[in-house]
Design a protein around this ligand. Structure first.
Ligand SMILES: [Zn+2]
Length: 259
């Protein structure tokens, strides 16, 4: 027997679908092939691990009922009004495997993509901030006049960023810029405090933290993230966190006042 055939039989055995002849043929191969014998052990362990871990999750009743109903609808031929016991069991087996797949894929997806997506966004924002300083391209529209900067974005973006000059509070508006985050154009509002530029990236709100802000630091820069209404904001600066928070409070207060 070839190893490839042995691997197929191992799969069938794990699924409980190997007949006696197959069992005997596989046993003969495993006696001579350490590789396949190890593969069988690994598969058994993997199978057991899935069973063990999946058992921790229980489906909410509503989901259980929806799954059972969906499977019953799909399985029942139009002419049979009632289900046999065996049929019922089979539906539960299918529902259970669908549920297991849902649980495994959703928890894996959450684990694999969530931290990375946030991480990528933060990296991108910091890179955009750094590029805006290095390439001498801090602004597309350089103006401390909010009535010049705000309309400049009109027609360039689907969202209207709030623009308020905060010069009286020590954070003069420098201008605005079209930047790119997650492959889409976003507004970057540029402020300054002493010699520290502050980029405020304005993105659509996809369910971030409300009023209270999140902070983090990355590559020597401080970032603050908050949302208001359908907009999400990221302020990036080399300014210390306390002053960046002052700026955020002023910015957000003005926006709240504007309605
Ligand atoms: Zn083999």
């Amino acid at each position: 027997m070839q190893c490839s055939e042995a691997r197929r039989l191992i799969g069938a055995r794990i699924d409980g679908e190997l007949d006696a002849a197959g069992e005997a043929a596989l046993a003969a191969h495993l006696a001579d092939c350490a590789e396949c014998a190890r593969h069988l052990v690994e598969q058994q362990e993997w199978h057991a691990a899935i069973k063990r871990n999946a058992a921790r999750y229980t489906a909410p009743d509503a989901l259980r009922q929806r799954l059972a109903a969906a499977v019953a609808d799909a399985e029942r031929p139009p002419s049979t009004p009632s289900r046999s016991r065996a049929g019922e069991w089979r539906q539960w087996a299918i529902a259970a495997s669908v549920l297991l797949a849902v649980v495994l894929s959703s928890s894996l997806t959450a684990y694999v993509t969530r931290p990375n997506a946030d991480d990528r966004l933060v990296q991108e924002l910091v890179s955009d901030h750094v590029r805006s300083l290095m390439a001498d391209h801090l602004t597309d529209v350089a103006s401390s006049d909010q009535h010049t900067v705000k309309p400049w974005f009109h027609g360039r973006l689907d969202l209207a960023p709030p623009v308020d000059d905060l010069a009286a509070e020590g954070f003069p508006l420098v201008g605005g810029r079209l930047d790119y985050v997650e492959q889409r154009p976003v507004a970057a509002l540029v402020y300054r405090h002493a010699e520290h530029p502050i980029n405020v990236f304005v993105l659509p709100n996809r369910g971030g933290p409300a009023a209270a802000s999140q902070s983090l630091s990355q590559r020597g820069f401080n970032l603050l993230h908050w949302t208001r209404g359908d907009l999400a904001f990221w302020a990036v600066s080399d300014l210390n966190l306390a002053e960046l928070r002052d700026f955020q409070r002023l910015f957000d207060r003005n926006m709240a006042a504007a309605g």
